[in-house]
Design a protein around this ligand. Structure first.
Ligand code: ADP
Ligand code: ASP
Ligand code: MG
Length: 476
């Protein structure tokens, strides 16, 4: 009997980790190894890299009246999936069956896009139906590879397990309902020693309509399944050696952070470190599940382990406080200003309600102490909608000149420095500003204080890579 510590492991593999025949074979070997140590392993995967973008871009273009991309994308998707299949699955029956079921999904994609083209519009619900196809194809492919290699596996659609609300493109799970459905679906597979290969990213409403959890949401899928199955560990396999001191695409000498607290990783993920979807942290912390981030292409590297906040060793040296630097691009700063705002209660509440009515979330807020202006960041894409909603909300105040203006800035980036003590240690802010000053980078806004573990600054977007590189030099 294995110790209970080795009862259940959930492993999620991202798009690059399943992006080629050799990557899929590596996934097979990783799972085979862990199956020797754990009683049950649940595999959650993303669509093969680039697929979700192809699906959504084609749908958007079709809805905008251009159907030229549809047949090109259909053949690209078919080629990419079939090439991997032909390089990995030798058993003719398995190969033919999987090809035919992937073909059905691709035909579903073609008809959905065609419907959007005819209607000249799309809806979030229809886009979720399209986006879900990537994961629905990849699980069939990987399960076939496993079975062909003698490791019994069964693909499983999260639409039958992860029950969500109907907030299409950003749905939230109903944990109790998900728990019941997941146990019903997976327990029989566990009893038969079969490894489930589950679609990341997607779920369904109680009525069975497909939803998605937001871009990059497969990490969250793994956390949800880990929580409802009471897993011991959730491991996120990606294409870098764990959580690093900065995005290695920006900072070539970024280093792996061997252990990081839940609060620190939550800030990093929220403020742009794509390596982990920001919603992943909460379910695993609440369920007391271990979380590890590791590299499919360097599987012996230990990666990053998440540790409880209480286990964090307070840094003794100022130079050890900053652990990582991250950035979110394509933002705008919205300012609402006017002398008539001074001391008027409820303005901020009305402003944020108006922003929320457009479905936009606000990653950063600053307010001048004299209350003559409110300033906050939003993603660039919905900024016209947000400004219109605010101008509608404050139409009277604008007419009376109590509010002088509501406007959005040029594109900006949010730069966030993460680490315990960044807030409470004298001298950290000074170091950050001096470094940026040395590089002649102007700081447009600062949010310092809402979290114990981070400081965020807003800078012009043209400066963001230089700023990340400069602040990375502050990390010991
Ligand atoms: P996956 O497809 O496996 O989910 P993602 O592309 O979503 O992978 O996330 C991994 C990427 O996150 C890395 O390739 C890296 O460029 C980026 N990244 C951004 N910030 C960080 C960071 N601090 N540490 C590690 N990777 C980061
Ligand atoms: N395939 C989805 C995306 O590209 C989900 C994920 O990769 O996590 O957003
Ligand atoms: Mg990801």
């Amino acid at each position: 009997m294995l110790p209970s510590k080795f009862d259940l492991l959930v492993m999620k593999f991202g798009g690059t980790s399943v992006g080629s025949a050799s990557a899929m074979k590596t996934v097979l070997e990783i799972v085979r190894d862990e199956k020797k140590k754990w009683k049950n392993v649940v595999v959650v995967i993303s669509a093969i890299s680039g697929t979700t973008n192809i699906l959504l871009d084609t749908a958007a273009q079709a809805a905008a009246g251009d159907d030229a991309l549809i047949s090109k994308s259909v053949s690209e998707l078919r080629t990419r999936h079939f090439e991997i299949l032909d390089q990995t699955v030798n058993t003719p029956e398995i190969n033919i069956n999987v090809k035919s079921s992937i073909n059905e999904l691709i035909e579903e994609f073609r008809s959905l896009c065609h419907a959007m083209f005819v209607l000249g519009e799309t809806t979030p619900r229809a886009l979720d139906a399209v986006a879900s196809l990537g994961e629905r194809m990849s699980v069939r492919l990987l399960a076939a590879i496993f079975n062909d290699a003698g490791l019994p596996a069964q693909f499983a659609e999260a639409t039958e397990m992860v029950i969500t609300n109907n907030l299409y493109q950003n749905a939230n799970p109903d944990f109790p309902a998900t728990q019941v459905a997941t146990h019903q679906k997976l327990r029989p597979l566990f009893s038969d020693g079969i490894t489930p290969i589950v679609t990341g990213f997607i779920g369904a409403t109680p009525q069975g309509i497909t939803t998605t959890l937001g871009r990059g949401g497969s990490d969250y899928s793994a956390a949800i399944l880990g929580a409802v199955l009471n897993a011991d560990d959730v491991w996120i396999w990606t294409d870098v050696d764990g959580v690093m001191t900065a995005d290695p695409r920006i900072v070539k000498d970024a280093r792996t952070i061997p252990s990081i607290s839940y609060s620190e990783i939550a800030e990093l993920a929220y403020y742009g470190a794509k390596v982990l979807h920001p919603k992943t942290v909460k379910p695993v912390v609440e369920a007391g599940i271990g979380l590890r981030i590791c590299n499919t292409f360097n599987p012996t590297h230990p990666g990053t382990r998440l540790i409880a906040n209480a286990e964090v060793q307070e840094p003794t040296e100022i130079s050890q406080i900053i652990k990582a630097v991250t950035t979110i691009r394509n933002q705008k700063l919205v300012t609402i200003e006017g002398r008539g705002m001074l001391g008027v209660p409820g303005l901020a509440a009305r402003a944020f309600a108006a922003v929320a009515s457009t479905g936009t979330s606000v990653p950063l807020i600053t307010q001048s102490s004299s209350e003559q202006s409110i300033c906050f960041a939003i993603p660039s894409a919905p900024s016209d909608n947000v400004i219109n909603a605010l101008r509608n909300e404050f139409v009277k105040e604008l007419a009376n000149n109590d509010i002088d203006g509501v406007f959005a800035s040029e594109p900006v980036s949010i730069l966030t420095v993460v680490g315990y003590g960044t807030k409470n240690t004298p001298g950290i802010a000074g170091r950050i500003f001096s470094k940026l000053g040395d590089e002649a980078i102007n700081v447009l806004a600062i949010a310092h204080g809402s979290s114990d573990v981070s400081v965020s600054l807003v800078i012009g977007s043209k400066d963001d890579s230089r700023a990340v590189l400069a602040l990375h030099n502050l990390i010991n």
